[in-house]
Structure formats: C-alpha cells, structure tokens
Design a protein around this ligand. Structure first.
Ligand SMILES: Cc1ncc(C[n+]2csc(CCOP(=O)(O)OP(=O)(O)O)c2C)c(N)n1
Ligand code: SF4
Length: 451
C-alpha cells in the first residue's frame, strides 16, 4: 500500500501547524511497515490533533474523549490479545493537553506493556481552545494563561514513563526528516511505545513567542531533552507474552469458568441482525444482552454490544444494542432494528424518545411485556407476561429466550457455552430465566400486528 493518507486529503490545520507534518510522517511510517490498513486502530484525542481521523480513510479510526485515547487504545489492545490473534496495532494521536489530562492512562499502558504506540503532539499548549498552557509547557513560554512567560518547570513525560517501565521512549521534532523512521520503529516495537513530538502551534505558539522550526531544537536543549534515538528494551515481557504464559500454565479447570468461550456449531444466521433490548436500570437488561452476545460468539457468529443508561445508573432506562452477524461487523448503528425487546415502561419511553421505534419496519419483530402500552411502531408484535412470570429481574433474558424460541438462530449448546462463562452462583438464575422465556413462547399462538 503506498498511500495511507487520503490522496486528496485537505489537511484541516492552520498553515504551518506541526500536526500536518506529523500526519504526513505517520503515513510514511505506515508505508515503511506496509501494515494492512485494517490492522491499525488509529485512536485520536480531543483537540486539533483529533482532526486526523478522516484523513486516514483506509484505517480503523476512533475519536475519543479528552485525555482518554490511550485508555481506549489499551482496551483494544487487551481485547485483541484475549479474543483475537493479537495482531492489532493501536496508534494514539494525542496533544500535550490531552496527555496531561489523561496522564495516568499513559502510565498504566506503560506498566501493562500493551502493544500501543502513542504519539504525543507537544506544541506546548492547548491549541484548539485558544492556547492555554499545559503541564508540558517549557519555562518562559508565553501562552494565553502564562502571558508573562511560564515559570513552572515542565513535566518530563519520558522520565515519568521511564519510571512506569516503558520500553520504548523517544523525543523528536516534527520537522525532523527522520521522524517517519522513528515512528515506524515505535509502531513495530512489540510493547508500549511513546514518541513525544515537539511542534509549533502557528496560531498561538509562534504568535506569542519568537519561534521558528529551528527553535524547537533550542527549546529541547534548554529543557535538557535529547532528541532522536529511542531507548528500547525488550527485556520486559509484553502484556501479550504474560497472558500467553498464564494461559499455558493455568491450573483452573476449564469447566469451572473458561477464559475462552467453548465453541459450538449450529448457528443459522445468513445475514446481519440488529436487536435492541430495553428495560429498567438494575433489572439485568445489559447482562442478559451480554449473555446473548456470548452465546452468539460461542456459535461462531460475530457480535457487538453497545449499552446505554442514564448517568444515575440505578434509575430510569437501561438498554443494549446488539448486532449479530456471520461476517465481521463494520457498522453498529441501529437505525432499523430487526428485533426490539421491551420489558419495562422505562425502556419503552426511551425507545420512543431515541427514535428506535420510529425505525421499525413491517418485518421488525417486537417482543414486549404484556402490561405495556402498545407502542407507535411497525412490525409483528408478541406480547408476553414477562415481568409477572419471569420476575422483573429475569424479564429481559426471558424475552430474549422467547424470541429465540420463536425465531431461533442459536443452538441450545451455544447458551450452555455462554452460561459456563458466568460465575457458578449466577448460572441458576439465568437458566431459570431462559426456561421461563421458552415456556412463554410455547404458549404463544403467533405474532400480532401493533396498532
Ligand atoms: C474533558 C474535556 N475537557 C476539556 C475539553 C475542551 N477542549 C477541547 S480541545 C481542548 C484543547 C486540546 O489541546 P491539546 O490536547 O494540546 O491538543 P491540540 O488542540 O493542541 O491539538 C480542550 C481543553 C473537552 N473537550 N473535554
Ligand atoms: S490552533 Fe494551533 S494546533 Fe490547532 S491547527 Fe492551528 S496551529 Fe495547529
């Protein structure tokens, strides 16, 4: 692959901004490594630095909350080691502001030694919000919040991460011709790697300070920073190696609680299926949906789950959006669900409010508690006494089981495999809920039309 950057990419930064240079060098680094585009998860932080996603249309991109990009990338790396082949390459693009806000995520990723590469775009200030100083702003540097020059010594990020046992740490200026090779080396490093890239923000940094490209090296010297060659150490085992070792040496009997889902055969799903489960907070809606996702994965399907509930956690609605597919799922939107399961008034209210019911079609199957008002929706309606017969705590899983009894796609063995992954003391209640749902479906004469 010769171009990871979109050929017609319009770089959205101010003229001369260091972010543009890093974007080009990062693309060249990918070219050097010839990484399959789908193996890269480019994770961007908030700020001007976060405008890079759309410039790399061939890669997976995730735009995250401020300071948290490293945490998202770490999560992806952990999941890739545990559930996939461990071949994903998460690359984080974060500003010095974001690095300061999410400092502990960097420390934690370094401690874990996950295969995550972090590019800290250090332009010495918060660019997007008007040039405020960060913890990495050099002494005497003028910013919006240090108008007479910063007097607080900057945090030496590399020293801090060295204390967190990071294996690959390097610092370079955005204008250095060898930056692409250095970034490629960081990405190829099997554990945690971080490159701090010194840059100029031409909107604020150069407006308030007498700076040119060459001044970046001067700033580095003044802070006592060496540029270029990283300190790499392969002596520490990576997270991947630690997990592989644990898996090979684990003495936990498999049947007690397997780390890896037991695989079964017999799924009958030809194309993607999108399902929403909605109920009340605290009534195990999301864990019921999670069990369904596990059963699907046990049966060889791909599954995604997105949960939602109000910030208050213990009150109001709780819902899960599940996509199931025989092929990798590349889009998890829920504009037109195939199946809608509603087990409480809170859940129904939320599905009306968030527009899910407006997206129902004549083919949509709605499984609802019989006590609920018939909603303004299209589709085939199945109303069951879920809360009364299965209890509110078990209604969501019972409804899922009823749907599966009416329109099965998973073999019973898939549910057994999913149940095995639960702690032993939680299996019984789930088996009861599944049984209740199947019995309710047996009594059901057939789907009706909503009014
Ligand atoms: C949690 C949170 N706090 C603050 C903001 C406001 N905010 C948006 S962009 C930004 C500055 C980002 O600066 P930096 O990370 O250095 O990136 P740059 O813009 O310089 O590329 C801030 C503080 C936010 N979006 N979210
Ligand atoms: S404000 Fe600064 S960091 Fe943002 S695009 Fe402009 S020069 Fe770059």
């Amino acid at each position: 692959m010769s171009a990871y950057l979109a050929p017609d990419a319009q770089l959205p930064y101010c003229r001369g901004c260091g972010h543009a240079s890093v974007v080009r060098q990062l693309s060249r680094a990918f070219e050097r490594l010839q990484l399959p585009p789908r193996s890269v998860a480019l994770t961007t932080d908030i700020g001007c630095v976060g405008l890079a996603d759309s410039l790399f249309p061939y890669l997976h991109t995730v735009h995250t909350t401020h300071g948290r990009s490293t945490a998202f990338a770490t999560g992806m790396a952990l999941a890739d080691v545990l559930f996939e082949q461990g071949s994903l390459k998460p690359v984080v693009m974060i500003g010095d502001g974001g690095a300061m806000i999410g400092l502990l995520h960097l420390v934690h990723a370094a401690q874990l030694n996950v295969d995550v590469t972090v590019l800290v775009h250090n332009n010495f200030l918060f660019g997007m919000t008007g040039g405020q100083h960060s913890a990495l702003t050099p002494v005497e540097f003028v910013t919006a919040t240090t108008p007479t020059g910063n007097y607080v010594p900057p945090l030496d990020l590399l020293e801090l991460l060295r204390a967190a046992h990071a294996g690959f740490l390097a610092r370079q200026s955005a204008t250095d011709a060898g930056l692409d090779a250095l970034i490629a080396e960081a990405i190829a490093f099997p554990g945690f790697a971080l490159v701090e890239i010194l840059e100029l923000c031409t909107a604020y940094g150069t407006r308030w300070n007498k700076l040119t490209g060459a001044k970046l090296k001067e700033i580095a010297t003044l802070q006592g920073y060496a540029l270029g060659k990283p300190e790499a150490s392969l002596e520490r085992p990576t997270f991947r190696e630690v997990i592989r070792h644990q898996q090979q040496n684990s003495h936990v009997p498999h049947a007690t609680r397997p780390e890896v889902l037991r695989q079964v055969e017999g799924a009958t799903l030809a194309s993607e299926l999108r399902l929403v489960v909605a109920g009340s907070a605290g009534e195990r809606v999301q864990s019921a949906a999670g069990l369904l996702a596990r059963a699907a994965v046990a049966a060889g399907l791909y599954a995604t789950q997105k949960n939602d509930n109000p910030v208050t956690q213990g009150t109001g609605f709780s819902l899960s959006e599940i996509c199931l597919s025989p092929r990798p799922i590349e889009y998890t939107g829920m504009e037109q669900p195939d199946v809608v399961i509603v087990v409480s008034a809170d859940g129904l209210k939320e599905l009306v409010a968030n527009g899910t019911l407006a997206g129902t079609r004549p083919e949509t199957l709605l499984v609802m508690d019989v006590e609920l008002d018939v909603p303004p929706a299209n589709g085939r309606l199945v109303r069951l006494p879920l809360r009364q017969r299965a209890t509110p705590q078990r209604a969501a899983l019972a409804a899922i089981a009823a749907w599966q009894a009416l329109a099965p796609i998973l073999p019973p063995a898939a549910w057994d495999a999913a149940l095995e992954t639960l702690p032993a003391d939680r299996r019984g209640e789930n088996i009861t809920a599944l049984q209740a749902g199947r019995e309710l479906a047996e009594c059901q004469s057939g789907p009706a039309k909503p009014t």
